[in-house]
Write a protein that binds this ligand. Structure first.
Ligand code: G6P
Ligand code: MG
Length: 219
């Protein structure tokens, strides 16, 4: 039986996925590489440096910058992003998230986080939800970006739970791939068109219910 639920942060717990989009979009425009929300779907869940590479490649500019210049560009994006998350509070928790976390706690399951963001702890603290998490893995301790399963596997291991007894919750295509590669049950929040490889898809976070998910898990 299931022993843990491991959450992605951006776009699942709070709508910082939108802020990442706005910050990358601003950098993209400064570089003369405009992009739309559809392209942004391919950035979701992907690390800062890898996201920059994808944007530069989109504009055919991947060879125009030295590694140092690329670091500068990634830093600039992060400055835009940090500016946008300045005023985050518990009001920014997505609908239904607190009751879902409470439901998991009351059921006696462990709660983990697997985030590709170096800003994960800052965001979790600003939201006031750190106490819910038995363990948080952020980008600082992970070598391989989603869709690689490393971040989910590290979270499960820190929780002392076998991957096949964990549920992962994601909003990103790369994140769902990472959960499946980790051999966990994948719950996706968002549109079927992007997230069809998940085991269960809900349109919005307020549809997340442990009871309903467990009806679908067979372990
Ligand atoms: C998450 C987001 C991505 C973001 C990545 C790195 O996975 O979904 O959009 O690029 O974290 O975030 P960071 O805060 O380290 O730049
Ligand atoms: Mg996400």
């Amino acid at each position: 039986t299931i022993e843990a639920v491991i959450f992605d942060l951006d776009g699942v717990i709070t709508d910082t996925a939108e802020y990442h989009y706005l910050a990358w979009k601003q950098l993209g425009e400064e570089l003369g590489i405009p992009f739309d929300r559809e392209f942004n779907e391919t950035l979701k869940g992907v690390s800062r440096t890898e996201s920059l590479e994808r944007i530069l490649t989109l504009g055919g500019k991947q060879d125009d910058f030295t590694p140092e210049e690329k670091d500068g560009l990634a830093q600039k994006k992060n400055e835009h992003y940090v500016e946008l998350i300045q005023h985050i509070s518990s009001d920014d928790l997505l609908p239904g998230i607190v009751s879902f976390l409470d439901e998991i706690k009351e059921a006696g399951l462990k709660i983990g986080m697997a985030s590709a963001s170096k800003n994960a702890f800052a965001v979790v603290d600003a939201l006031g939800v750190r106490h819910y998490f038995d363990h948080i893995v952020d980008a600082a301790t992970v070598a391989q970006s989603k869709p690689h399963p490393e971040v989910f596997l590290k979270a499960a291991s820190a929780l002392g739970v076998k991957p096949e007894l964990a549920i992962g919750v994601e909003d990103a295509a790369a994140g769902v791939t990472a959960i499946k590669a980790a051999n966990m049950f994948a719950v996706a929040v968002g549109e079927e068109s992007m997230l069809g490889h998940a085991d269960l898809i809900v349109a919005s976070t307020d549809e997340l219910s442990l009871e309903r998910i467990l009806e679908r898990v067979h372990v």
